[in-house]
Design a protein. Structure first.
Ligand SMILES: Cc1cc2nc3c(=O)[nH]c(=O)nc-3n(C[C@H](O)[C@H](O)[C@H](O)COP(=O)(O)OP(=O)(O)OC[C@H]3O[C@@H](n4cnc5c(N)ncnc54)[C@H](O)[C@@H]3O)c2cc1C
Lengths: 755, 331
């Protein structure tokens, strides 16, 4: 039976809203400390070069310059692998990504940094640091990099071939793995239609509006405080601890408000550098990136080459699938090839599957997570091929998904068997939606129009969260959590506490705390905060409830068994006259009975995963190749929408980023391996004028494990857009776009080639 | 940004007196939407900056009997929103209205728009010493040239002139009034731009100690329009632009001018297109033929062949708008 809620599903004003819309919220750039120095980072002007020497003597002579830092100031990290909240990281690589050691592997890589009394001096002095480079040939494309003849980025990266390290010769291919299910040869033999296609996708950036920033203050007692913009204060603490070899207990990370992250603000860039400069000078040091540094020096999501082959029998049942995915890791191993390969056929029940994944180093920035990392590239390929199969078999694409869609019990190629999931429900909702029911009005426009659909999958994760919740004497609760609030999670976490206690969301005061003030909490990522931190808030509410029941029992001098908690009111079972509200009791215990503080820490199992199905209508101007989005509907299983406005916001935001990835965005490189469009002017993110309102449709198939059925919503909406749009372009003009972005020039070219 | 000394004169004469007779060490500053960007990127490193913010005489738009005079200091937003200009010269106001976003239009000026530097990725990169700085060659010729000139013949540097007001103004027969150390002179905008091809050359013919004071446009009843093919609807540059003007007569189009933007190092006058449409009634067929004529001599580079087709489209659509016909590409 569906639960009946008082708070969940309503739309209270977010607690941080007023501060944000009135400009009072504190971001990293707002930090001012007395005696603070300003740091700047010198970045490599080469895509690939050996650093022969760094001479900072002239810079150090500039009045106002107080210190310079290079890799020599970071302890040598061995080849240790650490788990720092974003999968495994090789510390030597992470360190070199903060300050290059020996070699630079991409243009924009940090090489040195300095601190001065004001930003202008810092900037001028930076130009005086002389770096002597021996340039090496760069390799920029994933398939070029895989060739034996390609320049090698690392002398010490070898291919891990199916789990075995091939130590004979260094390679840019850091990893090759396979997922196998059934027997693809037999599978394809049963197919009535087989379609095989190749795809290329460009490197794209998360494009968060707030650039990275960090301020560090190293005290003489060896304690360091770091203020920064991060998705995870505890992962910053862990990374800084490993990179600088200081115990975590000596590091306090204060997460400030965050102007977007999308996965890109998990890895550290500036934090250890600011800490080193602060240690050297004895003063606080603040470093801000500019936009070019964000594009060139921080992790985008990989460009990729993907080949997909799918076979279906004549009834339209998928019988076999094969995929080859090569992802650009950038400068250091670690692209999201694993999740990409797991997601590529994850929406379907296919009995015979073979997937090959390759993680490949190229001379681009080390890639970082970006909203459903790896899945969007993969879905662009697989969902386009699915569309071709539907057309060949003349099956409605949603009908096809109903027939083949994954459900509880389906085995994914990489092993897991799905628990209760909502793929089919999203397709059913899409099929019934007025957008899909209404025919695409032909003749309402002079230009060809087409409709496309695509589905997408993303895991969503659990991981650890801690909260404490103190009952105030006015009946409110102060909730302390460790999850940075990117998309409205203060309110969605607070609402779960409020629901459990039977109080109003407005009576919870959520605070995102520093690492000394709250228990360990994993990153804001993996669509996990409303799920896991919300779960912790639910548990803390149970803790409060028990304590309040005890206080009531003491007050009434009765047994604990004799008191019950019912929607914010405590009653005695044996005496209907004996009842007290949460608020009244909170007031009372201030004077007698003692303070109530609830706490909880959770490490829940992973939710069942999130599915989305998107419908898009486009119009293609055949003269200019420009694709306009006319109508866009994003249907998604959210488990349970705690605060529907922020769920819709996530869906719309994800869809918009997917549209930008589909039509506009790309890192453009010249022959020297330099990014040529490192500004928002030349890197074309769509604006509101380029988009229609995205219609977000929430489907709720509750996750059976979570107290309120939450599944997590943040990532999967970015997955379907490129494929849905490519399919719509085909419907409009009959060309298959197999390369992202599908920019006007490419579309015109494809149209010309068709003629 | 490199430190600089800031001057704030109050008359054009004072401003010009503060300039030097060589480029680079002293720069004029209007709205700063281009100059400050170049300074931040270290592409421009002036030691002296002469601000025009105190020169009140540069502001203002005056519609007079014979001509329209727009001060060099007029903001792009003021041009875009001026009722009389919109009626007379929609080609100009439409072009102004599509520039950047509101912030850029509120700060950017007409003078700055005409004198702004090109957007070539190599030129704008601090570390690339191209022909327009002190280097020996143009890297776009055989490099990244998706957005560069398609009328590239004879050019050592294949930038495109960035101004989208310029093609509209040239098609309308406008002139610039220029203040130099020895007084004022008038330069037809059709002769104002040049293709830079050597170290430290600019995109226009002004001397380093000249400044634009105003632009005058003859008053007329010319049909006129500008059409830009854009990737995004805001904060973006056109891929190709066409500005057209003509007299309406019984025997069809008379004295047409077709000027293309973003296809050549200067605004590009497409004479063949003008010939093609002369004496014709504007229709999809005749406008399309003019578009093809406009594109006919194009010599694209390795990556910008797609623009040739866009020239055809832009000219065709600009003619159709100017003739007041139904915009077949809109619902
Ligand atoms: C996001 C974005 C999008 C844009 N899109 C477009 C577009 O689509 N079309 C377009 O045309 N432009 C576009 N622009 C450019 C914009 O129009 C110019 O930046 C602006 O017009 C420059 O005016 P300003 O007053 O700010 O000039 P400044 O930056 O102050 O000066 C620019 C240059 O002109 C010189 N200068 C200024 N005034 C004079 C004068 N009176 N006499 C002589 N020299 C002078 C300066 O010395 C400097 O070299 C765009 C800019 C941005 C940032």
């Amino acid at each position: 039976m569906a639960q009946v809620f008082q708070v969940i599903g309503t739309r209270p004003i977010r607690h941080d809203g007023l501060d944000k819309v009135t400009g009072r919220a504190q971001y990293g750039a707002d930090i001012q400390l007395s005696g603070m120095l300003h740091g700047r980072v010198l970045r490599s002007s080469h895509a690939h070069a050996r650093i022969k020497s760094i001479d900072a003597s002239a810079a150090l002579k500039v009045p106002g310059v107080e210190a310079v830092a290079t890799a020599a100031d970071l302890p040598e990290s061995g080849d240790r692998i650490a788990h720092l909240g974003e999968g495994a990281v090789n510390l030597r690589h992470l360190s070199s990504n903060c300050l290059a050691r020996g070699k630079v592997h991409y243009k924009g890589q940090a090489v040195a940094a300095l601190a001065a009394t004001n930003p202008h001096i810092a900037e001028e002095a930076l130009a005086l640091i002389k770096v002597d480079y021996e340039p090496l040939p760069p390799v920029m494309d994933v398939r070029e990099a895989m060739k034996d003849s390609a320049p090698k980025l690392h002398a010490d990266v070898f291919t891990e071939e199916m789990g075995q390290l091939k130590k004979d010769k260094p390679s840019n291919v850091a990893k090759h793995f396979q997922f196998k299910l059934g027997d693809v040869h037999k599978g394809f033999a049963q197919a009535a239609v087989t379609v095989e296609r190749e795809f290329h996708t460009a490197t794209v950036h998360q494009g968060y509006i707030e650039p990275h920033n960090a301020t560090a203050m190293f005290n003489p007692d060896g304690n360091v405080t770091i203020w920064c913009s991060t998705q995870g204060a505890f992962t910053v603490r862990a990374q800084v601890s490993e990179l600088l070899q200081i115990p975590v207990s000596r590091i306090k990370v204060v997460p400030l408000e965050i102007g977007g992250g999308f996965g890109g603000k998990i890895r550290v860039y500036l934090e250890p550098v600011a800490a080193v400069l602060s240690k050297k000078t004895g003063k606080p040091v603040k470093i801000l990136m500019d936009r070019a540094a964000v594009f060139e020096g921080t992790g985008p999501t990989p460009g990729s080459y993907i080949r997909v082959k799918l076979g279906a029998d004549k009834t339209g049942k998928l019988v076999a699938g094969e995929a080859y995915l090569a992802y650009e890791a950038g400068a250091f191993p670690g692209s999201p090839i694993g999740p990409g390969a797991m997601c590529i056929f994850a929406c379907y029940d296919i009995p015979n599957v073979l997937i090959d994944g390759f993680d490949v180093c190229v001379n681009k920035p080390a890639t970082a997570a970006y909203r459903a990392p790896g899945a969007t590239n993969a879905a662009f390929a697989s969902e386009t091929v699915v569309d071709e199969i539907c057309r060949q078999l003349k099956i409605d694409p949603l009908e096809f998904r109903l027939k083949n869609g994954a459900k509880e019990g389906t085995r994914r190629a990489d092993g897991p068997i799905y628990p209760r999931i909502g793929m089919i429900e999203t397709v059913e909702a899409a099929k019934k939606h007025p957008h899909y029911v209404a025919p695409l009005a032909p003749g309402s426009s002079p230009f060809p129009r087409g409709r496309g659909v695509a589905s997408g999958f993303w895991f969503n994760i659990g991981l650890k969260s801690s909260v404490t919740a103190s009952v105030n004497n006015d009946g409110t609760v102060s909730l302390v959590e460790g999850s940075t609030d990117i998309g409205g999670t203060r309110v969605s976490v607070a609402m779960q506490l409020a629901e459990a206690l039977g109080i109003r969301a407005e009576d919870v005061r959520p605070v995102v705390a520093d690492t000394d003030s709250v228990g360990y909490t994993d990153v804001t990522g993996g669509s996990r905060v409303t799920y896991a931190t919300g779960w912790a808030a639910y548990e803390a509410a149970q803790d409060i409830k028990w304590q309040m029941l005890e206080k009531a029992a003491q007050l009434w001098k009765t047994d604990l068994d004799n008191v019950v908690y019912d929607k914010g009111v405590i009653r005695a079972k044996d005496d209907p006259a004996k009842k007290i509200t949460f608020k009244e009791l909170a007031e009372k215990i201030q004077h007698k009975g003692g303070i109530v503080v609830g706490r909880a820490t959770v490490d829940p199992p992973w939710p069942g995963g999130a599915f989305a199905t998107h419908i898009v209508d486009v119009e293609v101007d055949p003269d200019t190749g420009k694709v306009s989005i006319l109508r866009y509907t994003a249907v998604q299983d959210c488990g349970k929408a705690i605060h529907p406005s922020y769920v819709e916001g996530q869906i719309q935001g994800g869809a918009v980023q997917g549209i930008g990835w589909a039509l506009n965005e790309e890192y453009a490189y010249n022959a020297k391996g330099e990014m040529t469009n490192a500004s928002f002017l030349d890197y074309r993110m769509p604006t509101s004028l380029d988009l229609p309102m995205i219609d977000a449709v929430i489907v709720e198939v509750p996750d059976p494990k979570h107290p309120y059925g939450v599944r997590g919503v943040g990532e999967v909406p970015i997955v379907p857009p490129p494929a849905a749009i490519a399919n719509a372009i085909y419907a409009a003009v009959g060309v298959r776009m197999n390369e992202l972005p599908m920019s006007p020039g490419r579309v015109v070219k494809a149209l010309a080639a068709k003629k | 940004m490199k430190n600089f000394t800031y001057f704030r004169p109050t008359t054009p004469e004072q401003a010009v007196a503060l300039l030097e007779n060589r480029w680079g060490n002293t720069e004029l500053l209007a709205g700063g939407t281009d100059l400050h960007d170049l300074q931040k990127e270290y592409v421009a490193q002036p030691a002296r900056v002469v601000s025009l913010s105190g020169v009140n005489a540069l502001a203002g738009i005056r519609v007079e009997e014979k001509s329209v005079r727009i001060g060099a200091g007029a903001k792009l937003a003021d041009i875009a929103n001026h009722a009389e200009l919109k009626r007379l010269f929609p080609s100009l106001t439409d072009a102004a209205d599509q520039i950047g976003g509101p912030q850029i239009r509120n700060m950017g000026t007409l003078g700055g728009n005409l004198c702004q530097r090109n957007r070539c990725w190599y030129f704008r990169d601090e570390h690339t010493n191209c022909l327009l700085k002190t280097g020996q060659r143009c890297f776009a010729l055989d490099g990244e040239n998706k957005y560069h000139a398609i009328f590239s013949q004879g050019h050592r540097c294949v930038i495109v002139n960035p101004s989208t007001l310029a093609p509209a103004l040239i098609a309308l027969g406008a002139s610039a009034v220029v203040q130099g150390p020895n007084g004022r002179r008038t330069i037809e905008l059709g002769r104002f731009f040049r293709a830079p091809g050597a170290n430290n050359e600019r995109e226009h013919v002004l001397e380093a100690n000249d400044m634009v004071v105003e632009v005058t446009i003859p008053r007329s009843n010319l049909a006129n329009a500008s059409y830009e093919v854009r990737h995004k609807q805001a904060y973006d540059w056109p891929l190709v632009q066409a500005a057209v003007s003509f007299e309406r007569g019984d025997g069809g189009v008379r004295n047409p001018r077709v000027v293309l933007g973003h296809v050549a190092p200067t605004p590009h006058v497409a004479e063949a297109a003008a010939r093609s449409i002369t004496g014709q009634a504007v229709s999809e067929a005749t406008a399309g033929a003019a578009g093809r004529a406009a594109a006919q001599d194009a010599k694209p580079l390795s990556q910008n062949g797609y623009k040739v087709k866009l020239v055809e489209v832009a000219v065709k659509r600009a003619l159709i708008i100017a003739a007041g016909q139904k915009r077949y590409w809109e619902v």
